[in-house]
Design a protein around this ligand. Structure first.
Ligand code: UGA
Length: 466
């Protein structure tokens, strides 16, 4: 196969799957100047995207999709043959959710999409996986696709994992810190370097490696981030037992450049469609490969993270005097993190639902995720503003640290609640600010909460007298 047959000087880009990853990749490839055809099996999704409407909230992406559907560089189709006919390099961006049973990733969409594409190809093609997959997928896929393509047509499979974060998807794609190119030939490397020429020129580091390493880089990165959060949470537990402060601890160890300050935020823990699923998929793969230590470490990370949700619920129950039955609780935040309307494996929504299950009357407010949360937990009440969610509440729980929620003024919020009691499950608030405004504040592993015990009891006394 020659570079020109695989990727001519101005290759047309195909994108299979228009979820978070695929839509962002397609729009960003168009922004880089390529003609792009993006395919999804859902006709409804294709129609919405073609009219410039995103099926999820992602800052800056809708504008990019609209700009390039209008410029003609980006089009959407439900027909994979359309992509096969038009494109030279095909990016696989379909989902790899946790399999129904067990911890492994379900790669059936990757295989099905690649098979369908291979059978329609009319010329040599480079298929580049971007989805997060178990190590060994590229090799298995290449073996499966080779006999499916028409005689004389060569298909090469490479892996180029994606590291974008929800809420920063466009910027992370156009200005990534690194590009990992998992390739089996010099031609594939050249084709990918050609596609990313502007991104590389703008400073992205390039790592060229084999597909297996590229596949592992992605899951290892997510597993490491998950481990870092869990480490902070374990330190939080220690701080709580010892009367120390985990936010100061995290800030101090984070000043060491070998450690770094990010992902040391102790609190409710990680969630979303990626970190938990990728961690579990790596555990499953480590099991298959017989690598016991990795399995044990990552298993504890998952367990501690799930435990943070339980701790948060237990703390809420404790703050409410031992039971939340019949207690009005305001749950601020439902998305798994700020900047997204994604509620997949959201610790915030899980805590709200659990409190509801324990008999609390829970009203949720999320700046962008109310609709998605309602679709998953229709029995919860939802409010359009934080003030409405807090009306008559005896406990407010900050579950997702949206900037507008963190900035709430405790004095202005005070008249809405029955009892000024705040459980800051993300350690995102300034305890003193809330305490000075007459609130009982409880964070996670914070010494400032001890100092305010007397303030808390004063609040309870006032409440009893009212
Ligand atoms: C994550 C990775 O950061 C991306 O690099 C990767 O591409 C993506 O998964 C993916 O595999 O597609 P994302 O799921 O958007 O991105 O979310 P993160 O920003 O990584 O946050 C993950 C979770 O960790 C959130 O629930 C967040 O609240 C939690 N977190 C983060 C903490 O609990 N503490 C922290 O200090 C930082």
């Amino acid at each position: 196969m020659t570079l020109n047959s695989m990727a001519p000087l101005e290759p047309v880009i195909g994108v299979i799957g228009t979820g978070y990853l695929g839509t962002t990749h397609a729009a960003c490839m168009a922004e880089l100047g390529f003609e792009v055809v993006a395919q999804d099996q859902s006709r409804e999704r294709v129609a919405r995207l073609a009219s410039g409407e995103l099926p999820f909230y992602e800052p800056a992406l809708a504008e990019l999709v609209r700009r390039h559907t209008a410029s003609g560089r980006l089009r959407f189709t439900a027909d994979v043959a359309d992509v096969a006919a038009a494109a030279d390099v095909h990016f696989l961006c379909v989902g790899t959710p946790q399999a129904g049973e067990g911890m492994a990733a379900d790669t059936s969409q990757v295989f099905a999409a690649a098979r369908a594409l291979a059978m329609c190809l009319e010329r040599d093609a480079l298929i580049v996986g971007k989805s997060t997959v178990p190590v060994g997928t590229t090799e298995a896929l290449a073996a499966e696709l080779a006999p499916l393509a028409a005689p004389g047509i060569e298909v090469e499979v490479a892996w180029n994992p994606e590291f974008l974060r929800e809420g920063h998807a466009v910027d992370d794609t156009l200005r990534p810190d690194r590009l990992v190119l998992g390739v089996s030939s010099g031609e594939a490397e050249k084709a990918l370097r050609q596609i990313y020429v502007d991104v590389i020129r703008d400073g992205a580091a390039v790592v060229v490696t084999d597909p297996a390493t590229a596949e592992l880089v992605k899951v290892a990165a997510n597993a490491f981030l998950a481990t870092k959060v869990t480490f902070a949470n374990l330190m939080g537990e220690l701080c709580e037992a010892a009367g120390a402060d985990v936010t100061t601890l995290a800030e101090s160890i984070g000043l060491d450049p070998r450690i770094g300050p990010q992902f040391l935020g102790a609190g409710l823990g990680f969630g979303g469609g990626c970190l938990p699923k990728d961690l579990r998929a790596l555990i499953a793969r480590a099991d298959e490969l017989g690598v016991g230590h990795a399995r044990r470490l990552l298993g504890v990370v998952d367990e501690v993270n799930e435990g943070q949700r339980v701790r948060t619920v237990e703390t809420a129950v404790e703050l409410c005097g031992g039971s939340v039955a019949g207690v009005r609780i305001a749950a601020l935040g439902a998305a798994f993190k700020p900047g997204t309307d994604d509620v997949r494996d959201s610790p915030s929504l899980a805590v709200a639902a659990r409190l509801r299950d324990l008999g609390a009357i829970v009203t949720v407010h999320d700046p962008h995720a109310n609709d998605n949360a309602r679709a998953v937990e229709p029995d919860l009440c939802f409010a359009a503003t934080p003030e409405d969610a807090c009306r008559g509440a005896s406990l407010v729980v900050l579950l997702t640290e949206w900037e507008e929620l963190v900035r709430l003024d405790p004095r202005e919020l005070r008249p809405y609640v029955a009892v000024p009691r705040m459980l800051d499950a993300r350690n995102a608030l300034d305890p003193q600010r809330w305490q000075l405004a007459g609130w009982e504040h409880r964070g996670f592993g914070r010494s400032s909460d001890r100092a305010q015990l007397s303030v808390g009891s004063r609040v309870r006394e006032t409440e009893l007298m009212q």
